[in-house]
Design a binder for this molecule. Structure first.
Ligand code: AHR
Length: 363
């Protein structure tokens, strides 16, 4: 199922079975603990059975894990597997989470996956071995998560998804997803274009990373948004992986192939739109006039491009996840119920407000 359903979270209970031997290698079961050096001493005294001592130790470890969000015995330790640094948006998200961790005295173990699922899985496994308190993942793609999230669950480590959803059969594999509604972002972009062109335009689409939630959902939302406008047609669509360089490269190919036919660009993020603007200019055309552009993210450079008249509109996708992420982590650690999907609210900005708002933009 898509990870958007709202079910109560998988709260971590103090001393629960899920906390048994946190951080121990997978082959080390409860019985193996009886071979630890302290066991002989315990047996000689014959006062407290070894099994009881082990149980007490496990309960203390479990309580330590659930109480360490600031007021407990050690600082909260969070492992964060980030997609990469493919866009200005991504850099803003990373910075927000790092800053908030520092503000709250939490230790953040950061791993940049360079847009590869295999690197993310490796990072999550390493967080499990390091016995972090919480694992945060911004998943590069939607699928391929069952096995490693099952391992995290078995280790008793709650997982919080930020920004992108995943496809798993059992949504108890993660506590919550904090993100924007990508489908709605696509609809907003389509609505703006329909109005601006009176429902008539030949559109080229620059898609995000293949298999990622924002690429899938933004394509779907936009398709839904233009469905009632037979004059709005997507004539070319291709992935440009959310990067400026690929946005430029793919737009150059579109211009070469479709030349005069292109009326508008729909880009799944601002960075690809900015790359497309460069390609349009190099082709001797005026971005924002000869070819309209609408994209998603609302990063500072998009406002710069709108003020210059080169980008027509952008839909916000708020990357400033730090505060809400750490509030949510603290709630999970306290055993409070959190919704399965915590939605960021976004809005659309066009050229008419760009100059007025540019200085107030935080990313
Ligand atoms: O998942 C959010 C998307 O990923 C942003 O729109 C994009 O810029 C980023 O790379």
């Amino acid at each position: 199922m898509r990870s958007r359903s709202c079910r109560p979270p998988n709260a971590v209970a103090c001393g629960s079975a899920a906390d048994a031997l946190p951080g121990a290698p997978p082959h080390l079961g409860v019985g193996d603990g009886l071979n630890l050096p302290g066991r002989a001493r315990t047996r000689r005294r014959r006062s407290v059975p070894a099994a009881l001592l082990l149980l007490i130790a496990l309960l203390i470890q479990g309580c330590d894990r659930s109480n360490s969000s600031g007021s407990g015995t050690r600082p909260l330790v969070v492992g964060f597997s980030q997609v990469g640094a493919e866009s200005a948006w991504r850099t803003a998200e990373t910075q927000s989470i790092k800053e908030e961790a520092a503000k709250r005295g939490a230790t953040l173990k950061f791993a940049d996956a360079q847009q590869k699922l295999a690197n993310q899985i490796k990072a999550v496994r390493s967080f499990i071995v390091q016995n972090v308190d919480v694992i945060v993942i911004a998943p590069v793609v939607e699928t391929g998560w069952e096995a490693v999230l099952t391992e995290a669950k078995e280790a008793g480590i709650p997982v919080v998804l930020v920004d992108r959803g995943i496809e798993v059969r059992d949504d108890a594999l993660f506590a919550t997803l904090i993100a924007s509604d990508f489908v709605e972002e696509g609809r907003m972009a389509a609505g703006w274009l329909a109005e601006r062109t009176a429902g008539k335009a030949r559109i080229v689409e620059l898609q995000g990373t293949t298999g990622s939630a924002p690429a899938i959902d933004r394509q779907r939302g936009f398709a839904e948004g233009i469905a009632n406008h037979p004059g709005l047609k997507i004539i070319k669509t291709q992935s440009a992986d959310f990067t400026r360089a690929k946005g430029k490269e793919v737009m150059e190919a579109f211009l070469k192939a479709a030349g005069d036919e292109i009326d508008a660009v729909y880009a799944h993020n601002d960075d690809m739109a900015i790359g497309a603007i460069q390609a349009i200019e190099e082709a001797g055309l005026r971005p924002g006039e000869d070819i309209l552009l609408v994209s998603i993210d609302a990063v500072r450079d998009a406002f710069v491009a709108m003020v210059a008249g080169k980008l027509n509109a952008t839909v916000e996708c708020n990357p400033l996840m730090g505060p809400i992420l750490f509030d949510t982590i603290e709630q999970i650690r306290a055993g409070a119920a959190v919704p399965k999907f915590i939605q960021n609210q976004d809005e659309l900005f066009d050229q008419s407000v760009a100059a007025e708002l540019i200085d107030s933009r935080k990313y």
